[in-house]
Design a protein around this ligand. Structure first.
Ligand SMILES: Cc1cc2nc3c(=O)[nH]c(=O)nc-3n(C[C@H](O)[C@H](O)[C@H](O)COP(=O)(O)OP(=O)(O)OC[C@H]3O[C@@H](n4cnc5c(N)ncnc54)[C@H](O)[C@@H]3O)c2cc1C
Length: 475
């Protein structure tokens, strides 16, 4: 038994021992709150040599910085804002969100549905017709108690066939890597701009670009070190000895309430807050719900390809943040002009810029051949006019994250709350992006707050909102 474990035990009379697994936003959120409340009896165990989890960044051998997919903060919480403003804001740039869609050899401002005047006339007509039919159908459907069953139904019922077939269906199949009939739509909240036919028609008539939408109109991004900076800075507010990096948890003994790490040490707890992927947590604790979880919880892998490019950022890309690519022949579903987030994401911003491209990989997707992926991505970038030719690329970077998107499937909804509640009865709080497997509350702000709220529940019996009422938080 190791020293820390003994310490946790001996102080048990004074303060319950809280063990935290994972030093990503969830674990750091829990630790931050514990610190704030003056609770000293806690410890984080982290398998990586660094903090931040998926919300981290890497600098490649040529000096270009990359995130695991462009991380944009759009907070849903006052508490998170206060923490961010206190520790990070001064060290960040503030940017205007500008998202676009590449379709029919053109960039169309996002939200797509408000900028249909960019489309070829025939496609534009199909989209408008779909929207008009929708208006009629909604009246009919209302009488039969309209209720979408799947994400696919939701798209068709809310956007009509034209927008669905030309953009939303292909884009989402490519992003998620699963049939949309299998997905629920509870995760949508404020993530997808809803339709407003009047606004759509007015924009067409006036040929007006309409890009101001959504929760993340303005966002902040660290000036240096990418997203990694945020979580390293938060980790610095926590005493060093409270975070053990490079210490992988292998076993969890639920009866005796301890976890065992790869080096054989045991760490006892009164309450466990864990952000380890739920399926792995159940397996490591030999839980009877393991098979049920493995059967019903699915995810997608994402490979991120970074292209460091020489020269000046193309004029058309200068203000763009990210772009969607629904077309099947292009490998990536999204591209981010990462050098626009911070000039320090490239070693020499006057003569270089950078593009970060994301490829979703499940058994249903086409681009699973990792070996050739960089070449395929460069070809895709040329086809979509992001770069002119191969010779402009002076640095490439590739990172594959096996568990990237916790897929919000209908089958997940049948089991997830039951699994989480069963664990909680044993004082195990499985929280965060893959800890709770809830994409709808799986962003950095949500994850941080899941950690904060778990602590408030353990110490002050305060109800957790994020995990049990995602709609309320995203509302
Ligand atoms: C492609 C992509 C794009 C994203 N874009 C955005 C965005 O734009 N905005 C946004 O807010 N969020 C974004 N996110 C989500 C963001 O990364 C997550 O919200 C956040 O990282 C989740 O934090 P977490 O602590 O719950 O989980 P993680 O970050 O996964 O942290 C879990 C930690 O547990 C550790 N761990 C796992 N197993 C063990 C073990 N056995 N023993 C010890 N430690 C272990 C891991 O090493 C990790 O550090 C994106 C994610 C991805 C993948």
């Amino acid at each position: 038994m190791c020293l820390v474990a003994t310490k946790l035990k001996t102080t048990k009379q004074k303060q319950p021992s809280i063990l935290i697994l994972g030093a990503g936003p969830t674990g750091l959120g829990a630790a931050y709150r514990l610190q704030e409340l003056g609770h000293k009896n806690f410890l984080i165990l982290e398998k990586n040599k660094f903090v931040g989890g998926l919300a981290t960044s890497f600098t490649d051998k040529n000096g270009f910085t990359w995130d695991i997919g462009g991380h944009v903060i759009h907070s849903h919480y006052k508490y998170f804002d206060q923490v961010f403003n206190k520790h990070i804001l001064l060290h960040s740039y503030t940017l205007q969100r500008e998202a676009w869609v590449w379709l029919y050899k053109k960039f169309i401002p996002y939200p797509f549905q408000y900028n249909l005047h960019y489309l070829p006339q025939k496609i534009q007509n199909e989209c408008i017709e779909g929207l008009k039919n929708l208006k009629k159908n909604i009246a009919k459907l209302k009488s039969k108690e309209r209720k979408s069953k799947s994400f696919l139904d939701w798209i068709l019922e809310n956007f009509g066939k034209g927008i669905a077939n030309h953009f939303l269906i292909p884009q989402n199949i490519k992003t998620w890597g699963y049939p949309l009939e299998n997905l629920n739509y509870s995760w949508i909240g404020d993530r997808v701009a809803q339709i407003n036919l009047k606004r759509t028609l007015k924009n067409i008539a006036e040929k007006k670009d309409d890009i101001a939408w959504g929760p993340n109109n303005l966002f902040h991004f660290p000036k240096k070190r990418g997203t990694r900076f945020i979580w390293e800075k938060i980790a610095k507010t926590i005493p060093k000895e409270k975070i053990q990096i490079n210490n992988k948890v292998e076993k969890i003994n639920r009866e005796k309430k301890y976890v065992q790490t790869a080096n054989g040490q045991k760490y006892f707890y009164d309450s466990l807050i864990t952000s380890i992927p739920l399926t792995k947590l159940l397996k490591k604790s030999k839980h009877p719900l393991t098979k049920k979880a493995q059967k019903n919880l699915v995810s997608s892998q994402v490979t991120i390809v970074g292209l460091g490019v020489k020269g000046k950022t193309l004029k058309k890309l200068k203000t763009k943040c990210w772009m969607y690519f629904p077309e099947k022949n292009i490998p990536f579903f999204r591209a981010t002009v990462f050098s626009n987030y911070s000039k320090n994401n490239v070693p020499d911003h006057k003569n270089q810029w950078s593009l970060m491209l994301e490829i979703s990989q499940t058994k249903n997707t086409n681009f699973n051949n990792i070996g050739k992926l960089i070449d395929q991505v460069i070809d895709g970038a040329i086809q979509t006019k992001l770069i002119k030719n191969k010779n402009e690329v002076i640095s490439t970077w590739k990172h594959t994250e096996k568990l990237a998107y916790p897929t919000p499937t209908i089958s997940r909804d049948l089991v997830i709350d039951n699994i989480l509640k069963t664990l909680q009865k044993e004082q195990i709080y499985s929280r965060g992006r893959f800890g709770a497997w809830k994409y709808e509350v799986g962003n950095m702000d949500h994850s941080f707050m899941q950690g904060v709220e778990a602590v408030d529940n353990i110490l002050n019996d305060k109800k957790e909102v994020t995990i049990w009422k995602p709609n309320q938080v995203n509302g």
